[in-house]
Write a protein that binds this ligand. Structure first.
Ligand code: SAH
Length: 459
C-alpha cells in the first residue's frame, strides 16, 4: 500500500473527529485518510488538536479541547500519572474500557482472522479495577540531593517522582515508599545511568495477595550494599508483612532491571501465593502473573474450555512456571509442559512438588521443537493448551497441532492480533473456533487477554 503523504504540518491546529482507539489508548483521527494518534481523546468525540509530529504514514497530535464528549468519558485529574503512569485509559469509565476491548477483539477477528462469525463474549472485568498489581519495579534517580522513584516518562529517561500507583496493591505502594524513605535516610546514592556510577538502580516489591507475604528486592550496580544491616533492620521494622529481602546485583549498562546474582539479605528466598488451590513459590526473578484475581478467572475459563474428565493427556505449550499445567493437572490424567526459559522450568518442577502433583512432566526447549519430538515418540495430546508471548505461535507448532489432531485446543493470548492470525491457520487446518472469551487482566491499560476454545471438526 502506498504511504499517504501527510496532508498536515507540525504545529497546525485542527478540528477533528475521533474514530477509533488503539491498544496503546490513543484515539485515531483521520485527515484525508492520514491517521493522527491522540492521547486522551475517545472514539465518537470531536475536538481541537495541535499536530505534534508528522511521520510518513501517520502522525501524532495533542488534545487541546474536547468539543463533543463520549458518554464513556470520566473526569480525572490532569496529572502525569493518569496520562503515563500505566493508566492510559483512566479517562474512560470502566464499562467503556470493557466495551472498547471487546470491540478491539471483534475487529481483529474479522479483519485479520476472517472470522466474522466467531462468538466473542463480553470482556470479564474486575469488580474493583484499581490497585490490582502484585508487583512493582520502580526506577530510582536523584533530584536536589534526594532520591526519587516512580515511572519513566514515555520515550524518555526522566523519572516522575510518585509514591502511589493507582493500579498497584496498597502493600506494594507502601513497600516502595518505605524503602525509598529508608534509602534516603541512609543516604544511599542513586544509580546514574549516563555516567554508569552510583548504587541504587531499582526498588522491586512483590506481594502474595492470598498469603500476605511481601518481598523487597534492592537492585544495585555495585556488589557492595552500603549500610546493609541498618537497611534490613529498618525495612523489617517498617514493613511487618515482609518475609524476604533480596539484594540483586546488576552491574551492566542495560535496560534490563535485574542482574543474574541474588543474595538473600533476610528471611526466605521466596514468597508464596495461591491461585485457586494451587500454591506457588515466587523468587525475586521468577515470572508470575501480575493480576492474581483475574489470573484465576482466566485459568478457570481455560480449564472449562479444556473440558477434562480425568482421562486426558494434555500438553501445555509456553508453560512458564507451570501455572496452567498445575491447574489442569488436577483434572487430567497427565500433563506435559514445555517452556524455553530453564529457570522457569526449575520453578515449575518445584511448584509441582510443593503441591504434591505427580502427573506432570516439564521440559526445557522451544515448543515448536519439543512438541514435534514428543509426537514422534508417541505422545499425543487430547487437549493442547498454548499461551504464547505477543508474537503468537510459531508456524511449525501450528502445523504440528494440525497433524497431531488434539480434539481441543485452548489458546490463551495476550495479543488479539496474533491470536486471530493463528486461529485462521488452525481453521484452514481442520479446526473450528467455538468461542473467544476476553478477560481484563490489565484494567486502565489498553491490553486485553483472551482465551479461546478451538475444536477439531468431524471428530
Ligand atoms: N503460561 C504461563 C506463561 C505464559 S507467558 C503463565 O500463564 O504464567 C509465555 C511464555 O512463553 C514465557 O514464559 C516465555 O518464556 C515462553 N516462550 C517464549 N517463546 C517460547 C518458545 N518458542 N517455546 C516455548 N516457550 C516459549
Amino acid at each position: 500500500m502506498a504511504k499517504i503523504q501527510a496532508p498536515v504540518h507540525k504545529n497546525e491546529i485542527l478540528d477533528v473527529e475521533f474514530e477509533d482507539l488503539t491498544h496503546e489508548g490513543h484515539a485515531v483521527a483521520k485527515v484525508e485518510g492520514y491517521p493522527l494518534f491522540v492521547q486522551g481523546a475517545l472514539p465518537e468525540e470531536t475536538g481541537r488538536i495541535q499536530v505534534t509530529k508528522v511521520n510518513k504514514g501517520y502522525g501524532f497530535g495533542r488534545l487541546m479541547e474536547t468539543t463533543k464528549r463520549s458518554p464513556y468519558r470520566v473526569d480525572v485529574p490532569k496529572s502525569e500519572m493518569h496520562k503515563y503512569g500505566g493508566t492510559q485509559l483512566s479517562h474512560i469509565s470502566y464499562e467503556g474500557q470493557l466495551k472498547f476491548k471487546e470491540k478491539q477483539v471483534r475487529d481483529v477477528m474479522t479483519r485479520i482472522g476472517k472470522l466474522g462469525d466467531v462468538p466473542v463474549h463480553p470482556v470479564l472485568g474486575m469488580e474493583n479495577p484499581w490497585h490490582y498489581r502484585n508487583k512493582a519495579q520502580v526506577p530510582v534517580g536523584e533530584k536536589n540531593g534526594q532520591l526519587i522513584s516512580g515511572f519513566f516518562k514515555p520515550r524518555s529517561h526522566e523519572i516522575i517522582d510518585t509514591n502511589e500507583s493507582l493500579i498497584q496493591i496498597a502493600e506494594i505502594n507502601e513497600a516502595v515508599q518505605a524503602v525509598k524513605e529508608i534509602c534516603n535516610e541512609l543516604h544511599i546514592q542513586a544509580y546514574d545511568e549516563t555516567a554508569h556510577k552510583g548504587t541504587l538502580r531499582h526498588i522491586v516489591a512483590r506481594y502474595g495477595k492470598a498469603t500476605g507475604e511481601l518481598m523487597v528486592v534492592i537492585v544495585t550496580r555495585s556488589s557492595k550494599l552500603p549500610q546493609q544491616e541498618q537497611l534490613v533492620e529498618k525495612i523489617v521494622n517498617r514493613l511487618p508483612k515482609v518475609k524476604s529481602i533480596v539484594h540483586n546485583i546488576n552491574s551492566k549498562r542495560t535496560n534490563v532491571i535485574m542482574g543474574e546474582e541474588n543474595r538473600v539479605l533476610w528471611g526466605e528466598p521466596v514468597i508464596h501465593d495461591y491461585i485457586g488451590d494451587i500454591k506457588f513459590a515466587i523468587s525475586a526473578r521468577s515470572f508470575y502473573q501480575v493480576n492474581p484475581d483475574q489470573t484465576k478467572v482466566l485459568y478457570e475459563k481455560a480449564l472449562e474450555y479444556a473440558g477434562l474428565s480425568g482421562d486426558e493427556t494434555v500438553i501445555d505449550a509456553y508453560c512458564g512456571i507451570g501455572t496452567i499445567s498445575l491447574f489442569l493437572a488436577q483434572q487430567a490424567k497427565k500433563v506435559y509442559g514445555v517452556e524455553i526459559v530453564p529457570q522457569a522450568i526449575e520453578d515449575a518442577k518445584q511448584n509441582a512438588e510443593l503441591n504434591g502433583i505427580t502427573n506432570v512432566e516439564f521440559e526445557v526447549g522451544e515448543a515448536e521443537t519439543v512438541i514435534p519430538n514428543w509426537y514422534k515418540q508417541g505422545i499425543k495430546a487430547d487437549v493442547l493448551v498454548v499461551d504464547p508471548p505477543r508474537k503468537g505461535c510459531d508456524e511449525a507448532l501450528l502445523q504440528t497441532i494440525i497433524d497431531m489432531k488434539p480434539k481441543k485446543v485452548v489458546y490463551v493470548s495476550c495479543n488479539p492480533g496474533t491470536l486471530a492470525r493463528d486461529l485462521r491457520i488452525l481453521e484452514d487446518g481442520g479446526y473450528e473456533t467455538a468461542e473467544v472469551q476476553p478477560v481484563d487482566m490489565f484494567p486502565m491499560t489498553g491490553h486485553v487477554e483472551c482465551v479461546s476454545q478451538i475444536v477439531l471438526k468431524n471428530s
